[in-house]
Design a protein around this ligand. Structure first.
Ligand code: TXA
Ligand code: MG
Length: 359
């Protein structure tokens, strides 16, 4: 199949040209096709959430195992009743505070939602995205859209339309190009079916922000890195939360620690050792690390340690750029676990083949 690419200016999604393109995209979705679209977090691969055959195509296009449930995107919280049931007051309060935005709520599944979406489970993840193109598409189609990140399974999530095409060209009907995503890491996934709500995946909506609304919130414990592949502590609650999930094509070594200079030195030392053995590397670093690197060190600079929002925005593009150079190893630094840094740490750990804690 040929994949159509249509640009939509996020600043003018209701212009005449944009409206015609959105109408075409809505037609594709209504007839069971697949349309990738930008959200504020990453690009999603959308299908009509209530059309089981369309949803099956998502799994096929991505090469995604059927045990990994999908997030359903709706235009506003008023549609919650179509997708979920027994919505607790806490969820309503969260929706009020954080939607539209990068928060997915795991709720009891509504009867109309096919089991294909929820991977057989009795809960469903729902969110209202904030990106103007996503919102315009939801409005134009009038549908609820099941949409995972628009990458091949286990690859890095896409934050541009080109990333989507690099993974899925020829496998999906259309991609709407609304420019690069502002947040850059996937939504916070919060299970609100438990007595104490639990963050299953950290994102830009932080645990601290959730606690302001909910009081008690727990963070899903992360399995030790050595127990890597597919070792979820709660297979039924987050089967897609595979420990090794965002794997770039070259092995990634992650250097974490509280002392920025110590981390930079450890990374530079590892790089020098690899080079001495004839290996190639790409360093994925912060601006502050640059003085520690050899002048000819291949690198992608993610930004300052003081601006984790910018680092998150650029993370997946940087991973793709690093792997495109096909080095023998990618050497990445870790980031402070504050704010969106918790999500950065989570994604880098999942992308890592090995983790070195420094100092
Ligand atoms: O920001 C995002 O959430 C993006 C954009 C496109 O909205 N979507 C996204 O979807 O990241 P995906 O499928 O790549 O990741 C969804 C995660 C998976 O790890 C899945 O296991 C979890 O959410 N999830 C979905 N439904 C769930 C459920 N009912 N219970 C537990 N986890 C669920
Ligand atoms: Mg994904």
């Amino acid at each position: 199949m040929e994949t159509a690419r249509h640009s939509i200016d996020p600043a003018a999604p209701d212009g005449a040209a944009a409206r015609a393109r959105l109408a075409r995209a809505a037609e594709v979705l209504t007839s069971g096709g697949l349309v990738a679209f930008p959200t504020e977090t990453v690009y999603g691969l959308g299908a009509n959430a209530l059309d089981e055959a369309a949803v099956a195509r998502i799994f096929e296009a991505k090469g995604r195992p059927s045990f990994d449930p999908l997030i359903v995107h709706v235009g506003d919280a008023g549609h919650l009743g179509r997708i979920a049931r027994d919505v607790p007051d806490a969820a309503r309060a969260l929706a009020e505070r954080f939607w539209p935005g990068p928060l997915t709520l795991v709720l009891p599944r509504g009867g109309a939602v096919p089991h294909r979406v929820t991977a057989g489970g009795e809960t469903v993840g729902v969110r209202v995205p904030a990106h103007p193109v996503a919102r315009a598409l939801l409005a134009a189609s009038g549908l609820a859209l099941a949409a995972p990140s628009a990458n091949r399974f286990a690859h890095t999530s896409p934050t541009t339309a080109q990333h989507v095409l690099d993974d899925l060209e020829g496998r999906i009907d259309m991609v709407l190009d609304g420019g690069p995503c502002a947040v850059g890491v996937e939504s916070t996934v919060l299970d609100v079916t438990r007595a104490v709500p639990r963050v299953l995946r950290p994102g830009a909506v932080t645990v601290a922000a959730l606690r302001e609304v909910l009081g008690e919130v727990e963070l899903r414990p992360q399995a030790a890195p050595e127990s890597a592949v597919a070792a979820s502590d709660e297979p039924l609650r987050g089967p897609g939360l595979l420990e090794r999930h965002y794997a770039p094509r070259s092995p990634l070594r992650l250097f974490r620690g509280d002392d920025p200079a110590a981390v930079a030195r450890a990374l530079a030392r590892a790089s020098a050792e690899l080079h001495a053995g004839g290996r190639t590397t790409v360093a994925l670093v912060a601006a502050e690390d640059e003085p520690y690197l050899a002048p000819d060190e291949a690198r992608v600079v993610l930004g300052s340690l003081d601006d984790l929002t910018a680092v998150a925005r650029g993370l997946y593009a940087a991973l793709r750029e690093a792997e495109a150079r096909a080095p023998d190893a990618i050497l990445a630094r870790g980031f402070p676990r504050t704010g969106v840094g918790v999500a950065l740490d989570d994604r880098l750990r999942r992308a890592a083949e090995s983790i070195e804690d420094v100092g």
